[in-house]
Design a binder for this molecule. Structure first.
Ligand SMILES: Cc1cc2nc3c(=O)[nH]c(=O)nc-3n(C[C@H](O)[C@H](O)[C@H](O)COP(=O)(O)OP(=O)(O)OC[C@H]3O[C@@H](n4cnc5c(N)ncnc54)[C@H](O)[C@@H]3O)c2cc1C
Length: 297
């Protein structure tokens, strides 16, 4: 197998995915939904989505038909909301299940690793179906840059009827790329009140770090936006330093942070699981430890 396909729905993400895909195969082809021709792909099939009021997901059947007609065997999607949505819809049309790949190897056969049992285990599987639909999260394939000018072929495709975008407006809040952060401070349920996060915010500011959290902080007490929680169902990070404060270190959280170069934990419970994964640990009350750290910085 020396060919992979990607499906792009925005130019920047499409170029990044096409460049990374090149680490798997010599020939990278793309289906571009309104993202134009991609420099990093050898061939881009462009679908004009601007002339209709349909959302990109309305083109899923058209994309699946196109991929089948061109004999695609490995198709990559990004792990953003739209990428995952498209992957699911296209995979359903192709009669396969999408795979959230944690690692991919493409030689004579396609081998993928994916997290199983909520992140408790990693399953290594050889995919034998005629076509594989893979969702590629940040850091799964190396980031590369490919300068080039691939061929572009415009193809006609109609969206499914019945889906229309009636209004577009900014989501609000902030967008954050935790995957690119060099330092991250993570906060957990060890914080007793939302106002106390200021301590962590100040520490993150001094360290030049992004602030992140465990899932209950974002989806339990809603003190931080969902974009900022780390773990199997949240963001995955690869910083030089991850400082976990008041986080127990359940496996679902650890999955998102184990690629950090150095993990430092602050927890008042010396038996907290986070200490088994930390390079440095401070057993202590965060309300005493953090002010001391701030004094020292
Ligand atoms: C299907 C599924 C998916 C999940 N996905 C995710 C995910 O993606 N990300 C995620 O984070 N979680 C996820 N979870 C939840 C996960 O299992 C844990 O419940 C969660 O990570 C715990 O968050 P926490 O460490 O902040 O809270 P807790 O587990 O309650 O830990 C709080 C810690 O703070 C310490 N502490 C308390 N007070 C202080 C203090 N004053 N000073 C210092 N330390 C203190 C305690 O000793 C404790 O260790 C998922 C769960 C399921 C079932």
């Amino acid at each position: 197998m020396n060919e992979v396909w990607i499906v792009a729905h925005d130019r920047v993400g499409g170029e990044a995915l096409a460049s990374s895909a090149r680490t798997l195969a010599g020939q990278v082809n793309a289906v571009s939904l309104g993202a134009g021709g991609l420099a990093a792909a050898d061939l881009t099939l462009t679908i004009d989505t601007a002339s209709s009021a349909a959302p990109v997901e309305a083109y899923a059947t058209a994309v699946a038909n196109l991929l089948s007609a061109r004999g695609a065997t490995v198709v990559l999607f990004d792990a953003g909301t739209q990428g995952r949505l498209l992957a699911g819809l296209v995979a359903a049309q192709l009669g396969v299940s999408p795979v959230n790949a944690a690692a991919v190897e493409l030689a004579d056969r396609l081998t993928v690793q994916r997290l199983a049992f909520g992140g408790l285990a990693v399953a290594t599987e050889q995919i034998t179906s005629p076509v594989a639909v893979l969702v590629i999260g940040p850091g799964v394939l190396p980031a590369t840059e490919v300068a080039g000018e691939g061929a572009v072929e415009a193809v006609a495709a109609s969206p499914a009827a019945g889906l229309t975008v009636v209004e577009l407006r900014p989501k609000g809040g902030e967008s954050v790329d935790l995957g690119a952060a060099k330092r991250v401070v993570g906060v957990g349920r060890g914080f007793a009140a939302e106002a106390d996060l200021e301590l962590a915010r100040e520490l993150a500011g001094r360290l030049g770090a992004e602030l992140a959290c465990s899932r209950p902080i974002a989806e339990g007490v809603n003190w931080m936006p969902a974009e900022r929680y780390l773990g199997v169902s949240g963001a995955t990070i690869k910083p030089e330093l991850y400082l976990a404060v008041g986080i127990s270190g359940q496996v679902q959280h650890l999955v998102g942070v184990t690629n950090a170069k150095v993990i430092v934990a602050v927890n008042k419970d010396k038996n907290a699981p986070i200490f088994s994964h930390a390079d440095f640990g401070v057993v202590g009350d965060l309300y005493q430890v953090l002010p001391e750290l701030l004094k020292a910085l």
